[in-house]
Design a protein around this ligand. Structure first.
Ligand code: FAD
Length: 462
């Protein structure tokens, strides 16, 4: 009988008896610890390491067959190591904890610059200096409208605000293309939510570190691998239920049996919490349920193409594309890996509505669409790539999107609701629980340290 079947067979017993009996199920490895951590992404790894270093017995339960979560360095293709989840340390100045970690372990990093960019016209013609001036002035107009008006309520979407403030309906076709391009490239790509869902009041609430934007030529995994060293991590252990109603401790059902502990740190992505596939017993407090429901979780997908040769300017970091009318949000941003890795690799990004829509397409259709866009941008036929790596973060059952955003109707305080522990034994971490640095690796890392700190404080008080 498979362990899962045994679990079902035990369903009629008194919960504590059946769960603790299952926790001792003979299978070799122990199934109880002082603290369980759900998820071996950066938040879970940071929390587990902090607890382990403080002498606490910790087990990390991870559904995937790898650590890192939304940090995923892909090395199984013909190109260089490639980050298909997080790529950059955003603001790698001295205060950024990930930059500190990178320095501590001697990780190689390369700086990319937004200024090393070129804008290509998506209707096949070259942009003349008049068009370029128009693009500059409309981008300024959009940014100014947002800066002046966004904090004035009532809440509505960023698109509604920008369309109203720029008199969108009265503008020429080119001007409308530029407004949509600005909304997509400056906001949807950064925040992952659709401009129809980003809250005009709170979309950019939060903070950032100063410093360069840096990539890891050997992959972001250098950071997660360093944190994961010597931790007790159980891969392929998908958590299906969290029971915390008993007087003592918690019981966690997984696809490989039941685990028990005094407390648990839940680092499940907000998208997974929203999907409701992990059952909490008793149900989570209403305030937390509201935060899970109302905060947004968007998508940013990557399509990495290895070409036979570099057909673009090798000194550029960013190749931007102004889509033609009717194609807003399609293949708007590309990053060149020619400079950081010396290899002819382009990474195309798609966010929000189009990023989500193409997940249903076949790989071949996505590649053809990417190459056809590049052919238009460069005004010549581009050869098919030698290899491609395509992400579908929305369809990934252990992410269900890329990262959180402040949606219309949500408030930043709901991130504190998401972070607050329940019953003094179910603690929460992960990027979405971070009010200041959500969406980022450094935010997720700090949330893990915060949750571990809460448990350590509690232990000192006892
Ligand atoms: C395409 C993309 C690009 C990004 N770019 C950047 C960037 O350049 N810079 C930056 O700072 N940030 C970036 N981010 C965001 C960054 O990756 C995340 O904020 C951060 O990695 C989240 O870490 P976490 O530990 O909170 O969550 P995760 O890394 O998602 O960890 C949660 C873990 O829980 C596991 N899990 C899920 N369900 C279960 C279950 N039922 N049972 C057990 N385990 C489960 C998951 O497999 C995962 O390992 C990007 C994200 C994406 C997707």
């Amino acid at each position: 009988m498979k362990r899962r079947t045994i679990l079902k067979a035990g369903a009629g017993l008194s919960p504590l008896l059946s769960l603790s009996a299952l926790a001792a199920f003979p299978g070799g490895q122990k199934k109880s610890a002082q603290v369980l951590v759900i998820g071996a992404g950066i938040a879970g790894l940071a929390a587990a390491k902090q607890l382990r270093d403080a002498g606490i017995d910790v087990i990390v339960l991870e559904a995937r067959d790898r650590t890192g979560g939304r940090i995923h360095t892909y090395a199984n293709w013909r190109g260089p190591a490639l980050d298909i989840g997080a790529s950059w340390i955003h603001g790698a100045g001295p205060a950024n904890p990930i930059a500190k970690l990178a320095r501590k372990i001697g990780a190689r990093t390369v700086t990319t610059e937004y200024e090393k960019a070129e804008l290509y016209n998506g209707d096949g013609s070259a942009l003349n200096s008049r068009d370029e001036k128009k693009i500059d002035s409309i981008r300024k107009e959009v940014n100014q409208a947002i800066a002046e008006q966004s904090r004035r309520g009532p809440d509505s979407s960023l698109r509604k605000l920008v369309y109203a403030e720029t008199d969108y309906e009265t503008r020429s076709a080119l001007e409308q293309r530029i407004i949509d391009f600005t909304l997509n490239s400056n906001f949807e790509h950064d925040y992952s939510g659709s401009a129809d869902q980003l809250s005009r009041l709170w979309f950019d609430d939060g903070s950032s570190y100063t410093g360069d934007e840096v990539l890891f030529p050997d992959g972001y995994r250098v950071i997660t691998n360093a944190l994961a060293e010597d931790l007790d991590i159980r891969l392929r252990h998908e958590v299906t239920a969290i029971h915390y109603g008993e007087k003592e401790g918690v019981s966690i059902e997984t696809t490989q049996g039941v685990f028990t502990a005094s407390s648990v740190i839940v680092t499940l992505p907000l998208g997974v919490l929203k999907a409701g596939n992990v059952q909490f017993t008793p149900a989570l407090p209403l305030q937390k349920q509201a935060a899970i429901g109302q905060l947004g979780f968007g998508v940013l997908n990557k399509c990495c193409l290895l070409f036979p040769e570099t057909f673009w300017n090798k000194n550029l970091d960013w190749l931007n594309h102004l889509p033609r009318t009717g194609h807003a949000g399609e293949w708007v941003e590309w990053v060149s890996f020619a400079r950081p890795t010396g290899k002819p690799v382009l990474m195309g990004f798609n966010a929000a509505e189009f990023g989500s829509r193409i997940e249903a397409w076949s790989d071949e259709k996505i590649i053809r669409s990417a190459v056809s866009t590049l052919s238009t941008m460069f005004g010549k036929p581009i050869a098919m790539p030698l290899d491609a790596v395509i992400t579908r973060w929305n369809s990934d059952p252990f992410a269900r999107g890329s990262y959180s955003f402040n949606a219309v109707g949500s408030t930043p305080a709901q991130r504190d609701d998401l972070a607050r522990n329940v019953a003094g034994k179910v603690f929460f971490a992960g990027e979405a629980t971070e009010k200041k640095y959500y969406q980022t690796v450094h935010g997720a890392y700090q949330s893990g340290l915060r949750a571990a700190g809460e448990i350590l404080k509690q232990k000192i008080r006892r």
